[in-house]
Design a protein around this ligand. Structure first.
Ligand code: NAD
Ligand code: 6OD
Length: 487
């Protein structure tokens, strides 16, 4: 289960990107960037604050007057397509930077994060060409039609788990709609977004349209309160979302929030067990469990409970946790020392709450450096255990048995979160009716994390505000004027 070989690799020093060039923080302050798989310093990061953010916003505001928003659609689309192409051309380099920053396996950075980042640009380059406006014919009295305009300067604030995938998920539609932006990547994983900034310039995005400020929450807060920012697209923790909402309230910004989750994974007795087990290993532990969509609360119908737990444990045993640069590793390290300590504290809590570790339960022994945690399956916890209710965001899942559909539906919805859910059953009617009653923005039936970028993506309750994807992204990143012509 353990691979210990780790190579020393160097990352890049990250500056800010303002008006088409890299710039340091005014006072020269930086902080260290740590590789969580080796605990080595792999570069420095410019420590931006309100001064850098305000400068970047002023530049982005000025660029709104330039050609970007009014550029012929096909020309702007071709530039976005080129960004996607350049991401693919630099796939190996970007994947390595993503892995050094996050600790995730390099093969995963290549095949999931960077490929999808390029696809986000290719998708929205195509989508923008076919985006439609509306027209309303009011008898012979008037014609009304809608005209979409860019929202303005948009702040894009992102977390550390899928850094380039999530930044491009916001940047591509924001640019497609003609906006100018200021990106604020996570302080924990700044490297790929910093490289992305120069890629946009190489692809032909005019200076000032794309800006980036590195730094901690203060930089995000400055973006949220800046009066010249028209909207904030944020992905991250629910509490940070609340803080952004508060900071942006005085200037009434448009907000799109993709927040935390504690997603249920429901396995009925009539499920295809092999498929459910194999996919549940993925939905539990992919990316070290650091995917907002991971199904961390597993509910299994009692008649197959023992069998399911045994099969899931057996498959989980096959996972190799270790050197992210080793292609045979299924899982790498979690993202930082702080996050490692948080996840380990939940494992301690699980013991206090009376949980039984069916597998895992601690850090990986035998690796000297780095923040590696065993994939962990906990049984025996009650519905009110904090480990069942709170987002852990690591390789930790709980399993509980249930007897009836009504009972499990109540458990599934008994949470402040509402991001995603997974349902396993071969009964078509049950699948659809049950899925329809779940309070979540996304429900997968007999699959997990199967994405089509045209579909609405986002959460309800404390898991988000609004939806992104396809026309939903365009709704967010544009303002609509209704024009009425009297006949
Ligand atoms: P986080 O909220 O701590 O940080 C996210 C970003 O917000 C970072 O760039 C951070 O610097 C910035 N930030 C922090 N304080 C701020 C403030 N006061 N104002 C403005 N910006 C501020 O989240 P994280 O720990 O980086 O990421 C993990 C969280 O992200 C988990 O809760 C996870 O569920 C969530 N997430 C959700 C989705 C989704 O699609 N719903 C996707 C990925 C991650
Ligand atoms: O697939 C996506 O578009 C998306 N936003 C995924 C988010 C995953 C969260 O960790």
């Amino acid at each position: 289960m353990i691979a210990t070989e780790k190579k020393t690799m160097q990352g890049i020093d990250c500056q800010h990107w303002i008006n088409g060039k890299y710039v340091p923080t005014k006072n020269g302050k930086t902080f260290d960037n740590i590789n969580p798989a080796t605990e080595e310093v792999i570069g420095t990061v410019a420590l931006g604050g309100a001064e850098e953010v305000n400068e970047a916003v002023a530049v982005a505001k000025m660029a709104l007057k330039g050609e970007w928003g009014s550029m012929p659609l096909r020309k702007r689309s071709a530039i976005l397509r080129k960004v996607g192409d350049l991401i693919l051309e630099r796939k190996d380099e970007l994947a390595m930077l993503e892995t050094l920053d996050t600790g995730k396996p390099l093969w995963m950075s290549k095949t999931i994060d960077i490929e999808r980042a390029a696809f986000n640009f290719h998708f929205f380059a195509d989508y923008m060409i076919s985006a439609q406006d509306e027209a309303f014919h009011q008898d012979d009295i008037a014609i009304h039609y809608t005209k979409r305009k860019p929202l303005g300067v948009v702040g894009l604030i992102n977390p550390w788990n899928l850094p380039l995938l999530l930044m491009t998920w916001k940047l591509a539609p924001a640019l497609a709609a003609g906006n100018t932006v200021v990106m604020k990547p996570s302080e924990v994983t700044p490297m790929t977004a910093t490289v992305l900034a120069e890629i946009t310039k190489e692809a032909g995005v005019p200076d000032g349209v794309v800006n980036l400020v590195n730094g901690f929450g203060e930089a995000g807060a400055a973006l949220s309160s800046n009066p010249d920012v028209s909207g904030i697209a944020f992905t991250g923790e629910t509490l940070t979302g609340s803080a952004i909402m508060k900071a942006s309230a005085p200037t009434l910004k448009k907000l799109s929030f993709e927040l935390g989750g504690k997603n249920p994974n429901v396995i009925f007795a009539d499920a295809d067990l092999e498929d459910a087990v194999t996919t549940t290993v993925r939905s539990s532990f992919q990316n070290q469990g650091e995917v907002c969509l991971c199904g961390s609360r597993i509910y299994v119908e009692r008649s197959i409970y023992e069998e399911f737990v045994a099969k899931l444990v057996a498959k989980t045993k096959e996972l190799k946790v270790g050197d992210p640069l080793d292609d045979s590793s299924n899982m790498g390290s979690v993202v930082s020392e702080e996050h490692y300590n948080k996840v380990l504290s939940y494992l301690e809590l699980a013991k206090e709450e009376g949980g039984k570790f069916e597998i895992g339960g601690s850090k990986v022994e035998g690796i000297e450096k780095g923040f590696f945690i065993e994939p962990t399956i906990i049984t025996g916890l009650g519905d009110n255990a904090r480990c069942v209710r709170e987002e852990i965001f690591g390789p930790v899942v709980t399993i509980q048995p249930f007897d009836t559909e009504e009972e499990v539906l109540e458990k599934v919805n008994d949470t402040t979160y509402g991001l995603s859910a997974t349902v396993w059953t071969t009964n078509l009617k049950k699948a659809h009716t049950f899925a329809g009653k779940i309070e979540a923005g996304i429900v997968w039936i007999n699959t997990w994390f199967l994405r089509d970028l045209r579909t609405p993506f986002g959460g309800m309750k404390h898991s988000g505000i609004g939806r992104e994807g396809g026309h939903n992204s365009f709704e967010f990143y544009t303002e609509t004027t209704n024009i009425t012509v009297k006949l």
